[in-house]
Write a protein that binds this ligand. Structure first.
Ligand code: DC
Length: 228
């Protein structure tokens, strides 16, 4: 078994789909100058590769092989990181709802999680890291000095995603979004390996009634207390 690296400059941010982890991690990244590990993107890229190859969610052996051999590249673009899978730019494709749903199924496969574990741990170094995911504080970086767990009701998260998608000109039904998020929460929280849950030493922040600025202020205060 590999022992998790102890890194001084590390913040884990876990929580369910659509809670705003990505936004908060980016804001933290700008403030602290530390890069973000978007671990969900790794599961989405694995899902994308599986869908391209026509692999079923039930074929765990094939999914594990895909994760082990994942041929990905990241490039920074004007609007953030661009993701390349086998040299194809899949930055938009990995954000589609269908890819997210497949990612949640792929993420329940033990062999897939094991294959992606070392890839994630290798990104923690002296430059600092903000790790965004579901099991960052519990499994991937159990020694992180600051662990944050963001939560919000499914209705509020659906509402936020609805606004995001509407701004992009994508038409969706809010009831479908609630159903989708609830199903994804169920899968992420009830799987056997690395289920979604706060680490025992995580600071839990319920963001249902909070603005982005209020969450950012809380999180920055925690970071200042921990790292100064
Ligand atoms: O954060 P996201 O929506 O991009 O993640 C996509 C899926 O990947 C999500 O349903 C759960 C899974 N995931 C995971 O199991 N563990 C992580 N550390 C990150 C994501």
């Amino acid at each position: 078994m590999t022992i998790a690296k102890s890194v001084d400059k590390l913040i884990t941010v876990d929580g369910p789909s659509g809670v705003g982890k990505g936004t908060i991690c980016l804001l933290l990244s700008h403030q602290l100058g530390w890069p973000v590990l978007d671990s969900g993107a790794l599961y989405r890229l694995t899902a994308c590769a599986a869908m391209n190859d026509g692999i079923s969610e039930h074929d765990h052996e094939a999914l594990e092989k895909i994760a082990i051999a994942l041929d990905v590249r990241f490039e920074s673009g004007a609007d953030g990181l661009r993701y390349f899978l086998r040299n194809e730019d899949v930055s938009e494709k990995i954000r589609e709802e269908a890819t997210g749903n497949m990612a949640s199924k792929v993420a329940a496969v033990e062999g897939v999680r094991a294959a992606l574990l070392e890839k994630q741990r290798s990104l923690a170094n002296e430059a600092g890291l903000i790790a965004d995911g579901r099991d960052m504080g519990t499994v991937v970086f159990p020694n992180a000095p600051l662990k944050i767990y963001l939560t919000a009701s499914a209705e509020e998260r659906a509402e936020r995603r609805f606004k995001q998608l509407k701004d992009k000109g994508i038409d969706v039904n809010i009831r479908d979004l609630v159903a989708d998020l609830t199903a994804r929460d169920e899968r992420d929280s009830n799987r056997k390996v690395a289920p979604l849950k706060p680490a025992e030493d995580a600071v839990v922040i319920d963001t249902t009634e909070l603005s982005v600025a209020e969450v950012e202020a809380k999180v920055l205060q925690l970071a200042q207390q921990c790292f100064s």
